[in-house]
Design a protein around this ligand. Structure first.
Ligand code: UDP
Ligand code: UDP
Length: 488
């Protein structure tokens, strides 16, 4: 590394180029941003200040951020904001995140001024932190966004302000799918939850953030050219996006957390159980960090798994309607999700199945040779973790943009088979046990299974290549690192 990459300090010493990060709460945002920070530090010789919103922080978050201390990666806790009086129970996810960030960044100007030596080359934020732009403008620090969802959603999001101007009424009532210039169309029933009702705060916050997105200096996105070629090409060359204008889009993915150290007894038991199963024989069933099913859907899922007679690990969370369930039924222990499974299920399936309460070391399980497929809600981090380990997906999308992800994974990318979760009128429907059985068998032992498995293996290789020296995501980040170094 040449001397030109370092800044000379007033005392004559040199220091590495410096960038700061800020992620909104939730592992789904913190993980990809932190993995990007690690790469910039380890592979491109930067130093990073990683700002953390401590309100709402979880133990999982703390453990992850502090697992491997690095001398050039400083974790900077923002002072906890006073949020008493805010009615979080009444807010949906994007509103909640936006309000927490808004309240937490009051001290940002002074925090950034304190960090600004050597001068920050960039401030890298996720999409819910766009409120930082004024502070950064005053301090002349360029803002980069990291879009932690697919390029397909990035394209839709950049198109949203136009759609908002041109369409009257609700997008979900449009007679035709939404056609984004240069891109595949999106069926109205697959539109993300945040844009299904334009009258509520959730939509207004999302629109505000995406409107500010096009004002960033650059947009990182957690994907790579082989995974979403059409969408990335449109973002780069399509006249519509050039006209917005869209800042340069930098695909740097798949950035996912590394295999976590398996620490507690419960996690060791899961890995030990996997060790004695045949190769590719186990279906991991897990629906994300926030993913909860209704009790009816949980019952159908469990009974469908049982009918399929396949090996499985089922991660169970308390159903979303459990408050009512607990209210109407006695004998429920609401802290023990396994109690919500059908009577006798655990006992009947114990030869082939492992039921895990609440949380599994997902990456370690996906990385295990016995894991053959992943029944997932298609959250973007889970999706990337799955394809990175060559594991095909059975999609059971639940919320946010997951229906769109699932559709793309099955119809465009060919690495998934998706359950029919929306009815004719766009309403959410319960997927019955027979359908679950059919799809699980099809993927675990049918012809369709062979296709999605071989596609998953291709993507595993492609993911490894793109992140290695000479690969597209690696080189893209190297190029940005070089641009940032030269930033005065
Ligand atoms: N989202 C987005 N761009 C991003 C990250 C998230 O459009 O870069 C969307 C995401 O698809 C979802 C919503 O914002 O509709 C909430 O994000 P997420 O589900 O990641 O929040 P979490 O459940 O992790 O708190
Ligand atoms: N996760 C995990 N164990 C679980 C459930 C989830 O480790 O039992 C992790 C998973 O590996 C992923 C993240 O939580 O990194 C979930 O992110 P995703 O974007 O898939 O979905 P979200 O939870 O944001 O809806």
């Amino acid at each position: 590394v040449g001397m030109e990459t370092f800044t000379k300090m007033s005392d004559g010493s040199v220091s590495k180029p410096h960038v700061a990060f800020l992620a909104s709460p939730g592992m789904g945002h913190i993980t990809p941003l932190f993995e990007l920070a690690l790469r910039i530090v380890n592979e491109h010789n930067f130093q990073v200040s990683f700002l953390v919103i401590t309100t709402d922080a979880t133990l999982a978050q703390h453990k992850y951020l502090h697992a491997n201390p690095h001398p050039d990666l400083h974790i900077v806790d923002l002072p906890p904001a006073d949020m008493s009086g805010l009615l979080f129970e009444d807010m949906t996810v994007v509103t909640r995140l936006s309000v927490i960030v808004q309240e937490s960044i009051h001290p940002l100007r002074s925090v950034l001024s304190g960090l600004n030596r050597p001068k920050l080359k960039a401030f890298i934020i996720d999409i819910f932190c766009t409120g930082v732009s004024n502070a950064c403008k005053d301090l002349s620090i360029p803002v980069y966004s990291f879009f932690t969802a697919p390029a397909a959603l990035l394209a839709f999001s950049l198109y949203l302000p136009t759609l908002d101007r041109e369409v009257e009424g609700e997008f979900v009532d449009l007679p035709e799918p939404v056609k984004i210039p240069g891109c595949k169309q999106i069926r109205t029933q697959d539109l993300m939850d945040q844009v299904r009702n334009r009258k509520i705060d959730e939509y207004k916050w999302y629109l505000l953030h995406v409107s500010r997105l096009s004002m960033s200096t650059g947009i990182f996105v957690n994907t790579w050219d082989d995974l979403e070629p059409v969408w990335l090409k449109a973002l780069k060359y399509e006249q519509f996006f050039l006209d917005i204008p869209t800042p340069p889009v930098y695909p740097v993915g798949p950035l996912t957390k590394g295999s976590e150290p398996v620490s507690n007894g419960n996690e060791k038991d899961i890995m030990a159980w996997l060790d004695i199963q045949p190769k590719d024989s186990v279906l991991l069933v897990s629906l994300g960090s926030g993913g909860t099913l209704t009790s009816v859907q949980l019952t159908e899922l469990a009974l469908g798994l049982e009918l399929s007679q396949q090996r499985f690990i089922l991660v169970v969370r308390t159903p979303s309607d459990s408050a009512f369930a607990a209210f109407f039924t006695t004998g429920f222990d609401s802290d023990e999700p396994i109690a919500y499974l059908p009577d006798g299920f655990v006992e009947r399936t114990k030869e082939v199945g492992l039921v895990v309460s609440s949380w599994a070391p997902q990456v370690a399980v996906l990385n295990h040779r016995s894991t053959g497929a992943f029944l997932s809600h298609c959250g973007w981090n889970s999706t990337l973790e799955s394809v990175k380990h060559g594991v095909p997906i059975i999609g059971l999308p639940l919320y946010a943009e997951q229906r769109m992800n699932a559709k793309m994974l099955s119809d465009e990318i060919g690495v998934a088979v998706t359950m029919p979760v929306v009815g004719e009128g766009g309403e959410t429907v319960v997927v019955g046990r027979k359908e679950i059985e059919r799809v699980v068998r099809m993927v675990m032992e049918g012809e369709e299974g062979k296709k999605v498995k071989s596609r998953a293996k291709e993507l595993e290789t492609s993911a490894r290549k793109t992140l290695s020296c000479g690969g597209s995501s690696y080189e893209t980040l190297a190029r940005v690192a070089e641009l940032l170094r030269r930033e005065s």
